[in-house]
Design a protein around this ligand. Sequence first.
Ligand code: ADP
Ligand code: RBF
Ligand code: MG
Length: 464
Amino acid sequence: MSSTRAFPAAHARALGRSALGRSALCARPICPVRVSSRRVLRAARAATDAIVDKAAHNEEQAALRDEMVSGCTECTMPFEAERASTLADAALADHSRASAIARDADESEDGTSKMSLRALVVGAETGKLARALLAKGATHVLVLDHSRLMLDRAAEQFDETLGVAGNDAGARFLRADVCDVPAYQGPFDAVVFNDSLASQADPAEALRRAVLLTRPGARVVVSEREREEEQEDATDGVERGGVDVDALVADLPLQSTVENPRAGKLMRGADADSDDADGSIGAKRVESAASFADLSCGSVTRTYEVPPLFKLRDPVTLSAPVVEGFGRGSRLMGVPTANLDVAVVAGALAGMRRGVYFGYARLPEDAKHGKWCKCVVNVGARPTFADGEGVTVEVHALRDFGRDFYGERMDVEVLGFLRPEMRFDGLQALVARIMADIGLARGALDDRACRERVDESVGFHADE
Ligand code: ADP
Ligand code: RBF
Ligand code: MG
């Protein structure tokens, strides 16, 4: 049944809800969440303990690293310049060339460039890596460390003074934990864990948070120096460096940069063998997790890529009635999602991997709202919640319908893939990521080529 009740945006705002959200007049009751106070206390205590443990760990690391800042780095780290150069190459990859070309094309009248290429370095070390990144095309480098002395030593590599504005190009040094870097510092085109992942309080969390600060197509490089005791113990290159990085990336939207046709996984079913150069999903096999470890300059270095925005070679058409979901989208997340009847779209789903897509949606029967509007689509089992294994297809349309439209048939042209589905630690992290997805989708869908892939005669809604 479709509800025809009006739901003015001003009314929604007055109620402190998203104007896009479920109507405040909606008949479906909101289930009260019952949580015993003992459970709440236990969870609060565990959270406090974790914060205290992490702070203690970080202080300990800071003290250890402060101690390491003594003696001549040329003697203790003779390969550091080569190592920095290799890491910078891995981190910037095609970016430095592509951005140099774009920069040339984008130079403003005074000869300065408007293009930015941002890198995040976790672990200041000697500062040579930040230098190499800037030399090879990065415009902004943010260097993090827990040790004040190590940051100071790294900063000595730079004699030029930075401009005062937060977005002036150059290197910045911050005494901070990677998990605390706010999203506005990014998004980053490259992240390098500079011999620092193994010493993080929670390496898995540190890597996950860093990946969430990247943009599609970014590089993530993890380099760990070989320590003497590890060299003696190691049977192959994989375990060296103290942390099993491949296991940590298994749940992250990362792929190895090394192609391996035998170990590779198909990114999308049917036509995966063809060799298509346009970046379509299914055009190439990529190695999923197990990665190539580069052993050089006394370090083990692994390089991963955040999947680029894929444009699907063939748009997927989904057309199905909107059904009831979990009642969480508007109420808890402020992101209403029109759940499509999965039984109706089962055929199309068979060829789609789980994850987040972008495209255009419309309600064809409704004369007023019949135009295409931009949308993001999640095809997945919502691992952040204990919902069970069932796959749902949820469409968040980037426009304010001002009403619910259960029971109406929604048409969706899925044009591109944003990222695989992930498990988030909570609602806040999920919603933050969805907001980033929406931003990326908006940008991708502005592309003329995307508009041409739907029936343009229907017309488009202006962005909201
Ligand atoms: P449910 O869990 O039942 O899917 P949600 O809280 O996710 O409920 O809200 C989704 C419903 O909100 C949709 O079925 C639709 O009727 C309505 N809706 C209103 N605006 C939008 C929008 N912009 N995108 C998706 N759904 C919307
Ligand atoms: N749920 C997840 O558990 N992990 C995700 O990575 C995830 N990504 C989403 C991305 C978008 C753009 C949208 C609209 C939803 C996503 N969801 C994800 C689904 C979300 O959990 C779901 O919409 C709510 O739980 C309501 O059913
Ligand atoms: Mg929904």
